[in-house]
Design a protein around this ligand. Structure first.
Ligand code: SF4
Length: 329
């Protein structure tokens, strides 16, 4: 199965915004920041499809065909960060759309946000599948000297057939791993999120071991996982697309997911496998010249929340959580 869906270039809608930061509750970060609305990567499992369906926007084939570009985002963000009431709480980028999707090559809004956050001494994290982030190593380094900066690269699988089918608009997994290496070599804390893991398709022990070892070999400072979340909107599209190539797998997963979540026992089993793989691969922060804020304002964990940041502990800490939008149970 080597089908690669042809994706037309999305239409960009340049629409200014009134606010930049969005308050988040029930997640390990306090604020989210998204330069774009819609994502040209068009992953079949994208949880945002569920939000789009509830908002009565395209959540199936049409998702990602039209991208809103918040052209004035950096100026609006700078204004919000200047407010006396701003408490420099952790900001997460990549919670609603990928900040390094192709539009960023042209608009450079994520780059501008990194500069603004660093200048305002506001810690932040970035979740992405886009190797384009290596373009911004200079501003990431600059920010990391002032605040805690963490990058999470989503690499759920190295299986090319599954990648091609489920992530039609993304860069190949090995390109992402090379980007992790470039970031780590530049002193940036950068790790891998195996997200989402699809039960029976990408969570087998030998598959997890491959990703974990590859992450380690590319210098990943941390590794975490999240299982597939199938809310209405995502469910129909994901299962429909899967059925086109692996109908029996679609049927099996349809039966497995009685709700949007995998049942707790199965999810715990997956995370136990991941924990053991993390231990076996000996994932650790091995940066030879780590860039850290000096002196650190606040000790923050991977998501920007106070914690004793240790790779193994953080992996367990993040169990069941996603960097983007898994709602708390
Ligand atoms: S990269 Fe992330 S936000 Fe974009 S389609 Fe894929 S899962 Fe959704």
């Amino acid at each position: 199965m080597e089908r690669r869906t042809h994706l037309a270039r999305p239409r960009y809608r340049e629409e200014p915004c009134k606010s930049a930061l969005t308050r988040v509750t029930g997640m390990p970060f306090r604020w989210s920041l998204n330069p774009y609305v819609g994502c040209a990567h068009r992953c079949t499992f994208c949880y945002v499809r569920g939000f789009e369906q509830r908002a009565q926007r395209a959540s199936g084939e049409g998702y990602g065909a039209s991208i809103r570009v918040k052209t004035n985002l950096v100026e609006v963000l700078e204004g919000e960060l200047r407010r006396r009431s701003w408490r420099r709480e952790a900001v997460a980028m990549g919670t609603g759309t990928d900040p390094y999707q192709p539009a960023e090559g042209e608009y450079r809004l994520t780059r501008g946000c990194i500069r603004a956050l660093g200048a305002a001494r506001t810690p932040f994290s970035i979740v992405t599948r886009g190797p384009l982030i290596v373009r911004d190593i200079d501003v990431l380094q600059e920010a990391a000297r002032r605040v805690e900066v963490t990058v999470h690269f989503s690499v759920p699988t190295l299986d090319r057939a599954i990648w091609r089918h489920t992530e039609p608009g993304t860069a190949p997994p090995h390109q992402r791993l090379r980007a992790v290496r470039a970031l780590v070599d530049a002193g940036i804390r950068a790790g891998v999120g195996m997200a989402p893991l699809i039960p029976g398709l990408t969570d087998r022990p030998e598959q997890l071991v491959k990703v974990a070892r590859a992450a380690r070999d590319h210098g990943a400072t941390h590794l975490w996982s999240r299982t597939l979340y199938l809310a209405p909107g995502t469910r129909e599209h994901f299962l429909g697309e899967l059925a086109r190539v692996w109908p029996e797998e679609a049927e099996r997963l349809d039966g497995l997911y009685r709700t949007a979540y995998l049942d707790r026992a199965r999810e715990d089993a997956v995370h136990d496998r991941v924990a053991s793989v993390i231990g076996e691969a000996d994932i650790a922060d091995r940066r030879t010249h780590a860039i850290e804020p000096d002196p650190p304002d606040i000790q923050l964990g991977l998501w920007g929340t106070p914690s004793e940041a240790r790779p193994g502990r953080d992996a367990r800490l993040e169990r069941g959580l996603m960097p983007s939008a898994r709602p708390p149970r």
